[in-house]
Write a protein that binds this ligand. Structure first.
Ligand code: FES
Length: 442
């Protein structure tokens, strides 16, 4: 079809989408121009402060609700030196506990997923119910002091939101709604509960977790390490918004970087976007500079017939990358048809190592069968490819981590395109230097 003949009757103005994702630019916070000290990326002392004042004080992403469909389904996820069990209860609620046996501290389950009727420790068979209560101690009469205090695993705060489960190591953590504010309104219109697992990978990287968060917080590096993306996205006209703890940028996709000349032919990556939308690039009669808008109009017109409900998204969301950092460690690219999420977790003891989780979800059109869940893979950096763009992202991280430890490197020299990095570190400082209080308490 001639998509140029699609008329603007299908246009949806961002402002008209009810409570949809806000598009207005947030005022830039005053963050100064100081260097960001390098030591925080490798200092064991700073790592200890982060553990005491950040990781044990915030809400953390634990997994997906659809991995907890049935009573007894559990996710076991590690964060630093801790491991947490998140368990679906018989009444449909979820509970979370430290993943350890109260007898002599054995882990109850290895990291991963599963289903259990009870959690029996593999060592001496102390047995816990799905609700964390200690139900059985073999030879209890030999413990003259009785069972452990409380006879149950410590309940940890946990919630489900937007198809994901969240937990905290802090029993007195602030309410989740306060923590996540204002991102509910931003992210709920994407309906990730309509999306199925496409990739589930953990890579061990030789860098600090913040080196990774920084890497996904700016588009300045596109011209340096992703030259092919200059014919796929506009890395210059990027809107940056900083909120209380979290931040985002909005990148136009299906666009050409102003760093290069506008091509006369459709670049391969944009060709792919058109095909994925259901368009026939061979029949496209417009200019390359019109494609982004025409893809939006096409998806607006044909989405419903394809079983894809875009009604809560504005036109730009039908093509663009809205990328959020959910403090402290979640970087998430949300798109109309998929979500690509990175969870960046610290190593238990070494500030120069981290775990990089890649979680990808694809929209399942209405009426189509829900695909089988992909298997989790785990490997070290370099052992396998994680895709061209992410391989490019990963390439410099170990050498950045090494270089930052030089006596000749005082800290990060940050430009305006990297404002989100400065904001992220300001929030981190607020947590660290106000002894675990959130930045809103300052
Ligand atoms: Fe678990 Fe002994 S450590 S039963």
């Amino acid at each position: 079809m001639d998509v140029k003949r699609v008329v603007d009757v299908f246009r949806v103005d961002p402002e008209s989408v009810g409570n949809g994702t806000p598009t207005e630019r947030a005022p830039d916070p005053e963050l100064g121009t100081d260097i960001i000290p390098a030591a925080r990326y490798y200092s064991p002392d700073f790592m200890k402060l982060e553990w005491e004042r950040v990781w044990t004080k915030v809400w953390l992403l634990g997994g997906r609700s659809d991995d907890l469909k049935e009573p007894g389904d559990y996710i076991c996820t590690d964060i630093g030196k801790e491991s947490v069990l998140i368990v679906r209860q018989a009444d449909g609620s979820i509970r979370a506990f430290p993943n350890l046996c109260l007898h002599r501290g054995n882990r109850l389950r290895p990291e991963g997923r599963g289903n259990a009727e009870k959690f029996q420790c593999m060592y001496h068979h102390w047995t816990y119910g799905l609700d964390g209560k200690l139900e059985h101690i073999p030879d209890l009469c030999t413990f003259v002091q009785g069972g452990p205090d409380g006879m149950k695993l410590t309940p940890l705060p946990c919630v489900e939101w937007n198809s994901f489960v969240w937990f905290s190591l802090d029993p007195k953590v602030e309410p989740f709604d306060d923590f996540i504010d204002p991102l509910k309104r931003h992210l709920e219109p994407y309906h990730p509960e309509r999306m199925a697992w496409m990739r589930d990978i953990t890579v061990e990287w030789d860098c600090n977790w913040k080196t990774s968060v920084d890497a996904f917080s700016e588009t300045y590096h596109v011209q340096g390490i992703h030259p092919q993306l200059k014919w796929y996205l506009d890395d210059v006209n990027v809107q940056i918004d900083c909120y209380g703890k979290h931040n985002r940028y909005l990148i136009p996709f299906a666009a050409i970087s102003p760093r290069v000349a506008m091509p006369s032919q459709i670049p391969p990556a944009i060709h792919e976007i058109m095909v994925h939308a259901g368009m026939d690039p061979a029949e496209y009669e417009g200019r390359v500079s019109d494609i982004r808008r025409d893809v939006q109009l096409f998806k607006r017109e044909h989405g419903a017939a394809q079983g894809k409900d875009y009604s809560e998204l504005n036109d730009e969301q039908l093509t663009d990358d809205y990328h959020y950092t959910i403090f402290p460690n979640v970087s998430v690219n949300v798109h109309a048809d998929d979500v690509m999420l990175f969870r960046q977790r610290p190593h238990a003891t070494d500030p120069n190592k981290m775990y990089y989780d890649i979680w990808m979800f694809g929209l399942v059109p209405e009426g189509e069968e829900w695909p089988e869940r992909v298997r989790h893979q785990r490997f070290k950096h370099g052992d396998k490819t994680i895709g061209q763009v992410l391989d490019q992202d990963a390439f410099n991280l170990p050498t950045v981590q090494t270089g930052m430890q030089s006596d000749f490197f005082p800290g990060l020299h940050i430009g305006d395109q990297e404002l989100r990095i400065r904001h992220f570190h300001k929030v981190l400082d607020d947590y660290i230097y106000t002894h675990g209080k959130g930045p809103d308490d300052l």
